[in-house]
Design a protein around this ligand. Structure first.
Ligand code: NAG
Ligand code: ZN
Ligand code: ZN
Length: 348
């Protein structure tokens, strides 16, 4: 097998893994879910019971309980990329007269991103509490489609404000609940959606900056080495000019770590750019991903501990549900960045 096939297989495997993680962590029923349970069924037919039990417990702990595993994984991957960048790419770029200003961009972005990451992890997403609930109930009107007045959360024993949802992992109700993000081990809700959005964009910017600098470096190496004008003798003894495949192979063999890192970072960029754009779109139309899923009729059974209490008004797929509440794109964005405060009780 030549290296490109191997590389392609590798990319497909990584892609599938990350897609699985992303989809599975999204808590909603998806086609991935079906594929996943099918794979699990096949897998379980020839695996000993104790391994299955172990894996189930591991998966449960990873995806259905709060844990910092993904925060550590995040830091680990990021460190690997930045070490590789500082250790190899930086030196090559300096030799090629890339300015220090452009080389410092990834580091500046890293600082900004780390701060936003910290805010996402630490800031309260808007927990519904006994003390504040009376004010929080007035923050958004009930739409009588997805959210109905007078429904209490069986776990928190508090009336659910409109747009809130109980997070099973954190065991609390969160205002304007978007989703529970395992990468920051926190819910994304009314008070931290802004940090989450900025965080997503900063990660994309970071990946873009590193990809561009690394790509530029590799391009310069190829141009400088005159590889494009080179030729080689193939297995039939014929002279062939070096095509793009040959150049790719040469680069992969000369700078394996750099090419590998570049592949990973480009991949992360496209994955997260799509995700960030989706969330940006939702912010623009005054919708949460929870509402987006619900209004399309997807309700995850096990994520919905209280569904049997009011399944008589199960949401009907209705694609226009939320846009009704949109008061213009800019105002919607404004509300993300300056979320309404819970109304304080008046003392009289
Ligand atoms: C967003 O929708 C809610 C209703 O769910 C509404 O109360 C709020 O005013 C809307 N915000 C904007 C900026 O339109
Ligand atoms: Zn609750
Ligand atoms: Zn949560």
């Amino acid at each position: 097998m030549d290296f490109l096939t191997l590389f392609a297989i590798y990319v497909v495997v990584v892609l599938t893994c990350i897609a699985l993680v992303c989809k599975y962590s999204g808590q909603q029923e998806t086609p991935f879910h079906t594929v996943f349970s099918y794979v699990a069924k096949v897998f379980s037919s020839f695996t000993p019971m104790w391994i299955q039990r172990f894996l189930t417990r591991m998966l449960h702990r990873l995806f259905h309980q709060r844990s910092n595993v993904f925060i550590y994984l995040h830091i680990l991957l990021e460190s690997a990329v930045y070490l590789e960048f500082s250790y190899e790419v930086f030196g090559f770029c300096r030799e090629m007269d890339t300015t220090l200003t452009s080389l410092s961009v990834p580091y500046v972005l890293l600082v900004i991103k780390t701060y936003l990451f910290y805010l996402c992890i630490k800031r309260d997403p808007g927990t519904v509490t006994m003390k504040k609930v009376s004010g929080q109930l007035l923050m958004y009107p009930y739409d009588e489609k997805l959210f109905h007045p007078g429904v209490s959360c069986p776990s928190c024993q508090l009336v659910k404000p409109a747009r809130s949802k109980h997070c099973r992992l954190c065991n609390r109700c969160v205002l304007r609940f978007d989703h529970h993000c395992i990468w920051v081990n926190n819910c994304i809700g009314a008070r931290n959606t802004r940090y989450f959005l900025l965080y997503l964009f900063s990660v994309c910017a970071m990946a873009a900056a590193i990809s561009l600098l690394t790509g530029d470096m590799l391009l310069h190496t190829v141009l400088r080495s005159g590889l494009l004008r080179a030729s080689y003798i193939d297995e039939h003894g014929q002279q062939q000019s070096a095509g793009p495949l040959f150049v790719a192979q040469h680069l992969f063999l000369t700078f394996p770590r750099i090419v590998f890192m570049l592949g990973f970072v480009v991949f992360v960029f496209f994955l997260l750019a799509g995700y960030a754009l989706f969330h940006f779109y939702l912010a623009l139309v005054n919708q949460t991903s929870n509402e987006w899923y619900k209004s399309r009729g997807h309700v995850c059974q096990h994520c919905h501990p209280d569904h049997h209490h009011h399944h008589h008004h199960r949401p009907v797929p209705d694609h226009s549900t939320r846009s009704f509440y949109s008061r213009g794109l800019l105002r919607n964005l404004g509300e993300i960045f300056f979320p309404p405060q819970p109304v304080k009780k008046k003392h009289n």
